[in-house]
Design a binder for this molecule. Sequence first.
Ligand code: UN1
Length: 515
Amino acid sequence: STTTALPTEDAIIDLARSGLSACGADLDALLAGGAEASSTITLRSPITGQVLGQMAADTAESAADTIGKAHEAFLAWRDVPAPVRGMVVQRWGQLLTEHKEDLAKLVTLEAGKTPSEAAGEVQEMIDICELAVGQSRQLFGKTLPSERPGHRLMETWHPLGVVGIISAFNFPVAVYSWNTALALICGDSVVWKPSEVSTLSAVGANALLTRAIEEKGGPAGLNGLLVGERAIGEALVDDPRVELLSATGSVRMGREVGPRVAQRFGRSLLELGGNNAAIVTPSADIDLALRGVVFAAAGTAGQRCTTLRRLIVHSDIAGELVDKIVAAYGTLSIGSPTAEGVLVGPLVNQASYEKMQASLEAAQAQGGEVLCGGTRVLADAAADAYYVEPAVVRMPGQTEIVEDETFAPILYVMEYTDFDAAIELNNAVPQGLSSAVFTSDLSEAERFIARSDTGIANVNIGTSGAEIGGAFGGNKETGGGRESGTDSWQAYMRQATNTVNYSGELPLAQGVEFL
Ligand code: UN1
């Protein structure tokens, strides 16, 4: 792989300042506020590792106040007709289109994504806005035949309340928008606690939504934003006014959040870890598989929840495919995502780098052989930035470390001879987000779709890069939630079953006689 020089610290500040101001926020005002506040968070960029400054954080009191205002806003918003609510989301989509590059700059700054990937993330926001606007006229309920004469049975869908959103650094704005665009057309208000690592992206995205709400006359308080670390997220988890908590993050986080929300009989929608596999069969188009694998495994520096982490390849073609992958990894340009041609940006922080190293050591202790990558680069250029060469590790089998999700670019390679055993290997991890098969054999493709136990199961494309039109989410330890397309809107509404009697009599169901 090749490396590219890093930008200056001033260039990074300029990126933050210009991206934010175009979205309607002011970096210098945020930093000045941070200098006075009692509770703050530190703003950084993984590109250089530099500290941009301190920003004021929420307290338990201010968080409760924001949730209260969102609840007030909900009481007004639920009475606005759904297609009229859709007009706010439509305006947000227009503003996102206009400011696509500005917001993408902030995503690059904080998540270290390349401009193309960052713009793709904002495009997902625009896409979900369009989907939500259409959905606002399609909050369908079914009408059913009643067993009683002169009766009608129907289901109706009603606004739910305040939706709390906890989002992760790696998709700092898209996943939030999947939740927000649908919640808003469903008549809910939202309170968002973004990852503290990507607060500026959140401020930018939220400023554009505030503008859309103001322009269209929506109630103030409809879009709360909470700034802070874990304790501030807990305010959302425990507040009984938050009817639905949608949380994206680690399995560990979900294991805590799920039961705590359930304890107060709230609803949760969890998008947790993935440990995604691709099976490559002898009939696959090898060059297509190669491109699919390399983008899914090394793209976004391995920091997508849909990143390809396990490659299960038939032993007849393993040698050829693995050689090609290692050769392709050798051509990847690593460095600042702001530099032309760079494909692999930084890891988010030191902890992430250390976890990657620990996983590589564990893999070797468990019989793995590192075929390429794993080495830190550009440490001389920026001691606090963590760039690594994406790694490919040949494993003797699906050992303990392979069952873990390490949020970094490590691709474990295993071989198979029996296709059904390969599907079993695909399924034999605790997580269940995404999977893929590369094959030209129709029956293999169909068998894979029928048996792979993940929420997303692809044929002849990699595990990442899902479109918003399909429901997004996974099974098992991934948490079971579904977001964005198809019927996901139903998670943001309260369903009622209504029996209407127009018979003038009162026949009871099941033929019961009384009075
Ligand atoms: C995530 O990594 O949290 O499928 C979401 C993809 C994107 C979303 C990933 N559309 O890669």
